[in-house]
Design a protein around this ligand. Structure first.
Ligand SMILES: C[S@@+](CC[C@H](N)C(=O)[O-])C[C@H]1O[C@@H](n2cnc3c(N)ncnc32)[C@H](O)[C@@H]1O
Length: 238
């Protein structure tokens, strides 16, 4: 028992290695570092084909790649971020089939805040400028199916889709887009391999909020999907 405990403590602090190479060094299901560090860890742990080229399909300011040397193709529907490809990721017009080892997706997780639906800095910085009202059932999950179809099309076989999804409260109800995303990814033909909880130090706060009815979220999810029928490598080989 003590030996088992010692082994668990030991493996927890080992540098994480590639999956399926015969050693037991799993990636942690809770991540306290940066998104960029987690992406790198996920490439090492889950990829069975070379991750590059990587398509970041919601590039914005490219915060994930600030210290990365990876070959990243940037896509955003908003030209002001100067992505390599200005496109709606639900259409990916002009992008050829089966060319990326990884697609990264970090969609808006809230709709427009307040009355001014386009000019608030928070909204624009975080891409919260898409419809999220009654017609959309007060959530943004309707964005996922057309995106998932395109992600599957442009990924190579065995490629990874890594999606950062944050749950939200809208119109006084909790919404669970991470559940929607996992279900919709399976429906689109992906295998959902893992769910990693990424935590940050402090929750988002606003001085306009007067009462709390829900736990203040200080986590989001990274969902790991593979364009394959398999979740796992087999003895390091496919
Ligand atoms: C949450 S931000 C992404 C932040 C980014 N990961 C970063 O680290 O800087 C979401 C981005 O997705 C873009 N976006 C939203 N809907 C899109 C769509 N249908 N196609 C392409 N880009 C979209 C927005 O313009 C916004 O820049």
């Amino acid at each position: 028992m003590l030996e088992q405990l010692a082994l668990e403590c030991f493996t927890e602090h080992l540098p994480m290695s590639r999956n399926g190479n015969g050693s037991y060094r799993p990636i942690s299901s809770v991540w306290e570092g940066s998104d960029g560090e987690l992406l790198e860890a996920m490439f090492k742990f889950y990829a069975v084909i070379p991750p590059e080229p990587i398509l970041d399909s919601t590039f914005n300011a490219g915060r994930f790649w600030k210290v990365s040397k990876r070959r990243v193709v940037s896509m955003d529907k908003d030209a002001k971020y100067k992505p390599m490809i200005v496109a709606d990721n639900r259409v990916m017009k002009g992008v050829m089939d089966s060319q990326f080892g990884v697609v990264v997706y970090d969609p808006p997780h809230v709709g427009p805040q307040g009355r001014d639906k386009s000019r608030k800095k928070f909204d624009v910085d975080f891409g919260a400028t898409v419809e999220c009202g009654k017609d959309q059932n007060w959530n943004l999950s309707y964005l996922y199916p057309p995106f998932l179809k395109q992600a599957k099309r442009v990924l190579k076989p065995e490629g990874l889709l890594l999606a950062k999804i944050t749950d939200m409260v809208n119109n006084h109800r909790s919404k669970w887009p991470h559940c929607d995303f996992m279900r919709m990814a399976e429906e689109a033909g992906f295998t959902v391999c893992d769910l990693i909880v990424k935590v940050r130090n402090g929750p988002m706060v606003s001085n306009k909020w007067q009462n709390a009815h829900h736990a203040r979220k200080r986590h989001c999810f990274w969902i790991v999907c593979r364009k394959s029928d398999d979740c796992e490598r087999r003895n390091g080989k496919k």
